[in-house]
Design a protein around this ligand. Structure first.
Ligand SMILES: Cc1cc2nc3c(=O)[nH]c(=O)nc-3n(C[C@H](O)[C@H](O)[C@H](O)COP(=O)(O)OP(=O)(O)OC[C@H]3O[C@@H](n4cnc5c(N)ncnc54)[C@H](O)[C@@H]3O)c2cc1C
Length: 404
């Protein structure tokens, strides 16, 4: 008897814009009432039709938020698609929130380094952490989700909430180790959405409010697949420092459209159309993959393959506009590339807080903020409920926006 191999993460989420647009096309009819009714149900791998599963494409901007919102609002009224629109805007909000307070990422990295030091010296912690990452804790639901994450590169939002809660309050593992486990495996792993969601579950993001995974809730929203026993009955909020003060919102650096220009693309934003519209005419382009900087440990091979595939797709699609294409192994190669190509300046879509910003810190690249981000991020100063009041203004702008 021949066994069919399980689809790989790249089979499930091919790293091309065409595949992302096809997923969007299939999802759009369901973005209204269907999404509102089904979005909280995690029915198991290969049964996630209640949600869009667009996040790996959105993460690298093979498909942009504007395009997703425009497609959905082209088919549904805002009222009918309100839930879905709101979720897309959560991503925008988290990105803006972290851009206004980048030290929260630095603090996460420091906490992770301390937790990994403890893993190296505390045998019990090391054993429990390894068991959690392998899906061998004995909590059936948790173990199934840990394996789904490792094997598919995706988890339903509700499963992410349950896993994070069980990780922190039942297994009593440091939250930073869990956030790192996600970042090393999620195809959509994002410094903003991931770090701030883990902080939210842990009770650090909305002060005094934690998220407790309850067996009855899991049973209901997995349609009885799981009803785990032995989960923590309470999730006491921890002490933690207050949020850092809000910093300045990102603003595009000036550049000279007439000067010999290079374009630098990272996995943060593979939709360079807005850079061309801003007047940049690159004579050469370089791709820089910063994913190795997501974690002190090795990201899953599927993650690196997805980023590489997405970049190759971008190079192929925009070929004529890019000039000769170079693949950089690290930011330290930027200066040599610029000298070789005779570049007077290098422009890049805004490198968001995380590995891309870290890689480019100290270089002279000119960072350009996408109009959608420029319209939204400065308003991520307080909670989401205040931010979402901006949604109508943002949508008014989206309707006028062109393709990425
Ligand atoms: C602990 C934890 C960690 C998370 N880590 C990440 C991460 O690293 N990267 C990431 O993109 N999302 C993260 N999320 C948010 C959310 O779970 C995913 O965006 C969503 O599950 C992606 O699946 P989808 O595309 O099918 O979502 P859909 O429900 O179809 O939503 C459409 C899009 O809206 C955005 N979105 C939806 N829900 C959220 C949310 N709660 N926060 C931010 N954006 C959202 C995503 O871009 C998503 O593709 C995390 C959530 C939790 C609780």
């Amino acid at each position: 008897m021949t066994q069919t191999a399980a689809p790989s993460p790249l089979d499930r989420f091919p790293p091309t814009r065409a595949a992302g647009l096809e997923r969007l096309r299939q999802f759009v009819p369901h973005a209204g009432a269907d999404y509102a009714r089904r979005r909280n149900f995690d029915l198991g791998r290969d049964r996630h039709e209640g949600v869009s599963q667009l996040s790996p494409w959105l993460r690298r901007r093979l498909v942009t938020e504007e395009e997703v919102l425009a497609a959905v609002l082209g088919r549904h009224s805002h009222r009918a698609a309100e839930k879905f629109v709101q979720e897309v805007v959560w991503r925008t909000y988290w990105k803006g929130w972290l851009e206004l307070r980048p030290s929260v990422w630095t603090a996460y990295r420091a906490g992770l380094a301390r937790a990994l030091d403890r893993v190296a010296t505390e045998e019990g912690l090391r054993r429990d952490w390894e068991a959690a990452c392998r899906g061998e804790t004995g909590i059936g639901a948790f173990d199934a989700w840990a394996r789904e994450l490792v094997e598919t590169g995706y988890l339903h939002n509700h499963a992410r909430m349950w896993v994070a809660s069980i990780w922190i309050f039942t297994l009593r593992l440091p939250w930073e180790l869990g956030a790192d486990f996600f970042l090393r495996h999620l195809l959509d792993g994002d410094p903003a959405s991931n770090t701030l969601s883990w902080r939210w579950v842990a009770g650090l993001q909305t002060r005094g409010k934690t998220y407790l995974a309850r067996p009855s809730n899991i049973e209901k929203y997995t349609e009885g697949r799981f009803r785990p026993e032995g989960l923590a009955p309470a999730a006491p909020p921890p002490d933690g420092p207050p949020h850092p003060p809000v910093g300045p919102a990102p603003v595009s650096d000036a550049f000279d459209p007439a000067a010999p220009t290079g374009l630098l693309l990272t996995e943060e934003d593979l939709a360079p159309g807005f850079v061309f519209e801003a007047g940049a005419r690159p004579r050469a382009t370089a791709f820089l993959d910063c994913t190795a900087g997501l974690s002190p440990l090795m990201p899953a091979p599927h993650l690196r393959d997805h980023v590489r595939g997405a970049m190759e797709d971008t190079a192929a699609r925009w070929g004529a506009r890019l000039g000769p294409v170079t693949w950089l192994a690290g930011a330290e190669e930027i200066a040599d590339w610029a000298a070789r190509e005779g570049l007077a300046q290098i422009v890049t879509p805004w490198p968001c807080t995380g590995p891309a910003a870290e890689a480019l810190a100290g270089t002279a690249v000119r960072r350009l903020v996408r109009p959608y981000d420029a319209a939204a991020w400065p308003h991520a100063t307080h909670g989401f409920f205040r931010f979402r009041k901006r949604i109508p203004a943002l949508l008014a702008q989206v309707k006028g926006l062109r393709a990425a």
